[in-house]
Design a protein around this ligand. Structure first.
Ligand SMILES: C[S@@+](CC[C@H](N)C(=O)[O-])C[C@H]1O[C@@H](n2cnc3c(N)ncnc32)[C@H](O)[C@@H]1O
Length: 248
């Protein structure tokens, strides 16, 4: 058993590991999109790519399924923890790549599948579009893309009136939320907790950005995450997810 990373924040809720860079949590429970990515990873000869992998909850399962995985994150410390958790017999099928979206140096027309789970809501609109265009370049023709993001219907419910007003005004990115502390349902213990802004998404927004990049969208749906809060407080739209294919 290796020593815990010295920068690892204290985990105060079971199943939610805080990131080291205040970019949310890695959740132990995987959704249908991560599970499909894992299943494809094991079934395919192609290498797969996870973007914003944190400590690797999906990457490690994809490796255990027999896949070859490139795992990327902007924080090298996350990749160090990931590596310490990978079973020895899987290590030679893992490539680690530190980099910040949208611009990471990755090979074109290379990957059979890409998972980007709960990452793009940390990007401004132009960077979301640029990220999705880059994913299109990195995938092989016929490759699959799984994209998951936070919505205003999870812990950010205090933002819903602003979201609705932004949609009414025809804003391109209605979920752009600055001054996050104004919208939290509780007072955080640290003044500076959390990222500078978030860009909350919906199935329609995921679909629009992927279609504009050239993808064929297979499905774009709300994702229920009962583990995000006590049952009944939320409404089954806590995340949104999309599966798409790069046309052959
Ligand atoms: C909320 S965690 C998601 C972890 C995991 N993918 C999941 O779904 O549980 C967000 C992760 O994305 C990474 N991240 C955020 N913005 C990024 C960017 N612009 N480029 C690369 N990684 C980024 C963070 O460092 C963090 O590890």
């Amino acid at each position: 058993m290796s020593e815990p990373h010295p920068d690892m924040p204290k985990q105060w809720i079971k199943g939610m590991e805080p990131t080291m860079n205040d970019k949310g949590f890695m959740f132990a429970i995987l959704d249908e999109f991560a599970n499909e990515f894992i299943q494809l990873s094991g079934a395919s000869e192609d290498e797969v790519l996870e973007l914003g992998c944190a400590y690797g909850v999906a990457t490690i399962k994809a490796l255990e399924a027999g896949g070859r995985v490139t795992a990327c994150d902007m924080d090298e410390r996350h990749l160090e923890v990931l590596l310490s958790r990978v079973p020895d017999e899987c290590r030679d099928r893992l490539t680690l790549k530190a980099g910040t979206l949208p611009d990471i140096d990755l090979p074109e027309n290379h990957f059979g599948a890409v998972l980007c789970s709960r990452v793009i809501h940390f990007l401004r609109g132009d960077d979301i579009d640029a990220t999705v265009r880059n994913v299109f370049r990195w995938l092989k023709p016929g490759g699959r893309f799984f994209l998951v993001a936070d919505t205003p219907y999870g812990i950010w419910r205090n933002f819903i009136p602003t979201w609705d007003a932004n949609i009414e005004k025809g804003e391109r990115w209605p979920g752009l939320m600055e001054r996050l502390l104004d919208f939290l349902p509780f007072t955080p213990s640290r003044e500076d907790a959390g990222p500078e802004f978030m860009n909350l998404m919906s199935p329609d927004l995921l679909e629009r950005t992927c279609k504009e990049a050239g993808f064929e969208v297979e499905r774009a749906v709300w994702v229920r995450r009962d583990d995000f809060g006590s049952k009944g407080r939320m409404d089954g739209r806590e995340n949104c997810g999309l599966a798409a294919i790069k046309p052959v």
